[in-house]
Design a protein around this ligand. Structure first.
Ligand SMILES: *Cc1c(COP(=O)(O)O)cnc(C)c1O
Length: 399
């Protein structure tokens, strides 16, 4: 399909009505693990599905076009996508990563450093002095997450990519929180885009998957070959479901972010809430950069309950409409407690340094009616004043 089509059209219709066998409008799923050779020494385009599969390729092409990259590799999880980008590194290489990066990414980077695979510096990418000092160490890779998880800090991709390139580093942006519907890092200078397709790209909380998009075709081919070598490519069935989810990416995100903006405004006015982190608020420190580099503020936000861990416990046990669960990006609304869930593996010291306090809650806002979402949150907040004595221990540092 032509690169000139609008992104909404790519999402809704890439590969539609292209089936030569039956004229199927929905691209058929190809589950076969292996493909017959046309004859002696005559392989077809596909031979074995670990390396290449038509259904997975269709999803990869759609994601690559949406991100304006040369090609994409579809993987079994978002963590496989992060690790695939890290596979480029050698023993003496340095990775600069955000100090408040996704908990799983933090764990992976720390574990590979521990095993001597490469060195890592976790840096507050909004601290100019720290960033300058880190870039002076001539890193091989700069990893960016913006908006960050869970504090929604915004990083200027264009400025950091320019600084990283000047220092000789490649730049990878984890675009999971916004998706290409709202941010296209390659157009801002990134070399690689990482996705947990588990989140917005699939959008229905029924697949775990990932993708890497490369700006450069040769880099994409090297990564695809490595993904085949270590066997982390995504399954055809998951690819089929993810492509089905991708069809509605744009309308989902637009409606979800409208709901998120309404919720941010609601929370700002509540006495129980000491801070609201949403880049769409004019008071957010990253608001101006977000406005310039994103085409929307997204559907993720976090907020701080003044009452700390105990308030967080009461809230998540009382809130309605929002399910108390990890993950994000689905059509259903979720609330998570980063200190005991997503960021539990980080260790208390690193967590505090990243500003993730015990009263912090993260919301992934879904497609429910705005009034029901706000009523659900109101129920949770009303429980904070509940004088009922506690039963059972809740220790925010216990995991
Ligand atoms: C979920 C997530 C990942 C990891 O993806 P999985 O699909 O769970 O392996 C990586 N980065 C970010 C920002 C995420 O939210």
């Amino acid at each position: 399909m032509s690169q000139t089509r609008r992104p909404e059209t790519i999402a809704a219709a890439h590969g539609v009505a292209a089936d030569a066998a039956f004229g199927a409008v929905t691209p058929p799923i190809v589950l076969s693990s292996t493909f017959a050779f046309a004859g002696y020494d005559r392989p077809r385009a596909h031979d074995y599905s670990r390396g290449a599969n038509p259904t997975r390729e269709l999803l990869a092409d759609a994601i690559a076009q949406l991100e304006r990259g040369a090609a994409a590799i579809v993987l079994a999880s978002g963590m496989a996508a992060v690790d695939l980008v890290l596979s480029r590194l050698r023993r003496d290489d340095l990775v600069i990563a955000p100090h408040d990066c996704y908990g799983g990414t933090y764990r992976l980077l720390a574990a590979r450093r521990e095993r001597g695979h490469f060195d890592v510096a976790f840096v507050d990418q909004n601290d100019d002095d720290a960033l300058r000092a880190a870039l002076a160490r001539r890193p091989a890779l700069v990893l960016i997450e913006t908006p960050s998880n869970p504090l929604m800090r915004v990083v200027d991709i264009r400025a950091l990519a320019a600084g990283a390139h000047a220092a000789g580093a490649k730049v990878a942006v984890d675009n999971t929180f916004l998706s290409p519907a709202l941010q296209r890092p390659i157009t801002l200078g990134a070399d690689f885009v990482i996705h947990s397709t588990t989140k917005y790209l699939n959008g229905h909380s029924d697949v775990v998957g990932g993708a890497v998009v490369a700006a450069d075709r040769a880099e994409a081919e090297t990564l695809a070959a490595w993904a085949n070598t270590i066997g982390v490519t995504g399954s055809p069935f998951d690819s089929y479901l993810t492509l089905r989810g991708l069809r509605t990416l744009f309308p989902r995100l637009l409606q979800q972010q409208a709901n998120a903006a309404a919720i941010a405004r609601f929370l700002v006015g509540r006495a129980e809430v000491s801070a609201v982190h949403y880049p769409g608020l004019a008071s957010h420190p990253g608001h101006a950069i977000a406005k310039a580099q994103q085409s929307g503020f997204g559907a993720m936000l976090s907020f701080e309950l003044a009452g700390g861990a105990e308030a967080a416990r009461r809230f998540v046990e009382s809130v309605e409409v929002f399910a108390f669960a990890e993950s994000l990006g689905g059509v259903e609304s979720l609330v998570a407690h980063p200190a005991t869930m997503i960021h539990a593996g980080m260790g208390e010291e690193a967590r505090r340094a990243a500003g993730i306090d015990d009263g912090l809650l993260r919301l992934s806002v879904g497609l429910e009616a705005e009034a029901d979402l706000i009523a659900g949150l109101e129920t949770g907040l009303a429980a904070l004043g509940d004088p009922t004595p506690l039963t059972g221990a809740f220790d925010a540092r216990s995991k």
